[in-house]
Design a protein around this ligand. Structure first.
Ligand code: TRP
Length: 424
């Protein structure tokens, strides 16, 4: 990226371009010197190239960049004022900061909204339940349109939940459970339907795995997901490889979405290149389709206006920025979102727990003994190098992985605070 692009948001670039276009026209009308006109035109062309690189779209006078376009610059690694670099997209999460990704900056880059205390209080009021610890502790830290969902719910207009998992291996780790644990809570307190998409097709397209393996992983993972205890009468869990071919309504929505998103747009959002297979390029439409109630006539009786709320980790947001961008163009409500932070790897919050690296992860199949040994051996400690130093200065709970895990799993706020105090 050039300096020029880093300094400009899509909207700023759009405004510069519009101003430059006006300048060129004025110079021509005033019959200015040829060299001056040529320089102005060259500047205009350069801005057009920058605009296209940044937004994935061609500049059109009178058409400001859309929500999808604004998302485009957000995917590249962002320079961090603290000297750290955060890289967050559906396939990679890393930062140089031991405390983890700077989530406040991510909210600004992605253009979402912070889950403020006021929203947490409102969820408590509307649901009549104590907010889940993931809300109390800022683990679900960002959202899109949550207030609108609550406004509608207060007026007795219900909504449904959608979340998912890419089954890339037989074993799931504890980090994978975060969205499911939270979704189970949302289903309980709002008493609403839930759809869970298992993207075995996505994993086949992205990884070096056979179709049969991906489908088998979907079935295996479904068992772990079901064990979270969802309402059996209100939950539909499906493999893409099975459901796409079986549901005409689902496939119709996929095609509608495909017609309304260009290659340039997905290139900008997901960083696809000309040598990526066409399966990858069209896949985002398949992850978008469950956001629309008409994809599930067996649940919603053919209604297409029921709003969807998607709890997911923030790295999935690019899919849903795209979805929100197309929704009004195909006559559907935009899905709302609740985004979570990442579950840190044992080695530290610089990256998230990853199933492909056994040493970074605690698997659901690990025995208590194995878990204990992994934590003792690998969990990054916020403690000081020697007992003396530790006594003198205390530890640093902000970078201590064991403590971070407690913030996800220990329910008791007082006990958590006591542990934090002891460690510092
Ligand atoms: N792409 C996700 C993954 O690789 C799976 C997924 C599909 C998903 N639909 C979703 C995740 C909706 C969250 C919400 O894990």
């Amino acid at each position: 990226m050039t300096d020029c692009q880093e300094a400009n948001s899509p909207m700023e670039l759009y405004e510069k371009l519009t101003a430059q276009g006006d300048k060129v026209r004025a110079l021509k009308t005033d019959k200015a010197e040829k060299a001056e006109v040529v320089a102005a035109v060259q500047m205009l062309l350069k801005l057009k190239v920058d605009y296209k690189q940044t937004t994935g779209q061609d500049y059109k006078a009178g058409c400001p960049p859309s929500e999808t376009a604004a998302a485009v610059t957000d995917n590249g690694p962002a320079a961090d004022g603290d000297g750290g670099e955060d890289n967050v997209d559906p396939w990679n999460v890393s930062t140089t900061n031991a405390k983890g990704v700077d989530y406040d900056k991510l909210i600004v880059r992605f253009g979402s909204s912070k889950v403020e205390k006021e929203l947490v209080d409102r969820i408590e009021k509307v649901s009549g339940q104590k907010p889940h610890r993931f809300l109390r502790r800022g683990i679900f830290f960002s959202h899109r349109d949550m207030h609108q969902v609550l406004d509608a719910y207060e007026k007795h207009k219900s909504f449904y939940l959608y979340t998912g998992r890419g089954p890339s291996s037989e074993a799931m780790h504890v980090g994978h459970l975060i969205p499911f644990i939270f979704t189970k809570w949302l289903q309980d307190v709002f008493d609403i339907p839930l759809v869970i998409q298992l993207t075995d097709d996505e994993k086949y397209l992205w990884k070096d795995l056979s179709l049969e393996d991906c489908h088998r992983f979907a079935v295996e993972n479904a068992k772990d997901i079901i064990a979270c205890g969802f309402d059996v009468n209100k939950t539909f869990i499906f493999s893409d490889l099975d459901y796409m071919g079986a549901s005409p309504d689902f496939y119709r929505n996929v095609v509608k979405i495909q017609k309304h998103v260009t290659f340039n747009q997905v290139k900008g959002i997901f960083g696809f290149t000309d040598s990526d297979c066409i399966g990858k390029i069209s896949f985002p439409a398949i992850q978008a389709a469950p956001s629309f109630s008409s994809s599930f006539p067996q649940i919603f009786g053919g209604r297409k206006d029921i709003q969807c709320l998607i709890p997911c980790a923030i790295d999935q947001d690019p899919y849903f920025r795209m979805t929100r961008d197309v929704a009004p163009r195909i006559g559907y409500p935009k899905p709302a979102l609740l985004h979570s932070t990442f579950f840190p790897a044992l080695q530290g919050a610089q990256t998230k727990m990853s199933a492909s690296d056994a040493n970074t992860s605690i698997f659901l199949t690990d025995t208590p003994k194995q878990i204990k040994s992994k934590i003792n051996k690998h969990a990054f400690s916020g403690g000081k190098d020697t007992v003396e130093e530790h006594r003198k200065y205390g530890g640093n709970a902000d970078v201590d992985v064991s403590f971070m895990y407690l913030t996800f799993f220990l329910e008791d706020d007082e006990q958590l605070e006591k542990i934090r105090q002891v460690s510092v």
